[in-house]
Design a protein around this ligand. Sequence first.
Ligand SMILES: [Zn+2]
Length: 352
Amino acid sequence: MQRKNDFKRLKEISETPGVSGFEHKIRDLVHANVHKFGDKVWTDNLGNLIVFKKGKTDKKLLVAAHMDEIGFIINHVDENGFLRFHPLGGFDPKTLTAQRVVVHGKKDIVGVMGSKPIHIMKPEERKKSVELDDFFIDTGMKAEEVKKYIEQGNPVTRDRSMIEMGDCYNGKSMDNRISVYILEQVLQMLSDETPAFDLYAVFTVQEEVGLRGAQVAAQAIEPDVAIGLDTTIAFDTPGSQPQEQVSKLGDGAAIKIMDASVISDVRMVEFFKRTAKNHQIKFQTEMLPAGGTDTGSLQRMVKGGSIAGALSIPTRHIHQVIESVHKQDVLDTINLLFYSILEMDKLKMDYS
Ligand SMILES: [Zn+2]
């Protein structure tokens, strides 16, 4: 049972850049830690980092946490040195206002998201909601300088440090670095244990652009059982109706019933609930009306399908740079995942 979080490690994981398709820095950071926990560790052609640990039987369990974060890619440097970009992942344009970003060119360059000042806007413009195209990145440098370091194809991440705030951790890319942290912690806890099934812990790439890494990992590993780890919405804030909240901070690990990519296997939902109850771990159930997770790919990209479910971490202000997760929910998810891996042989795998 884990009772305390490693703030320093989580902060490192949260602050390391890694937009979809450019995950090398976060992968290196995770690899340096987890390589000692696997019987075999490797990276596939797409960039998924896979940690294999031998189990008590040959049945295969795949647990996936995506490493990529939402961000941008430069598509144009104009004659004055301002940068235009394309989003990688689903952005709500209003979240870009007044953000500091880092452009990862020949060297890392800090910039800001600029847009038209409100004083200059016509009354009808003020009423319009902003769009991605309204923004540009300003590095404060002359065009010749900018062009020395930055070109089309350079990735851009949001610049924000992680802090403790009340009962929460607050920072950028809690989606899905909180799950990367959770999977690392569980691998460490398993050091002296033998999982019930052969375990493939996969730190996946390119989830935010369409569950791509998980698809490739599922096809290669062909798991019998699969678990996705990701954040979910906690709209437990002013203005929400109870039926819109999806999940609540502090109510425990969220067992996924469904999202737009998957209907969790009912056998997995039952198994998670039973395991949580047996170990007195707090849990809630979760239904996400829009948005998908790796679980969708893990369930269907295996020949014949896998028995798939997911654990979600309730997250406020999701897909913004100030995402919040609750410290105890994180511990509850670590513990539920740990016991689920150890006791996977108690999963009912037939329909009888
Ligand atoms: Zn995610």
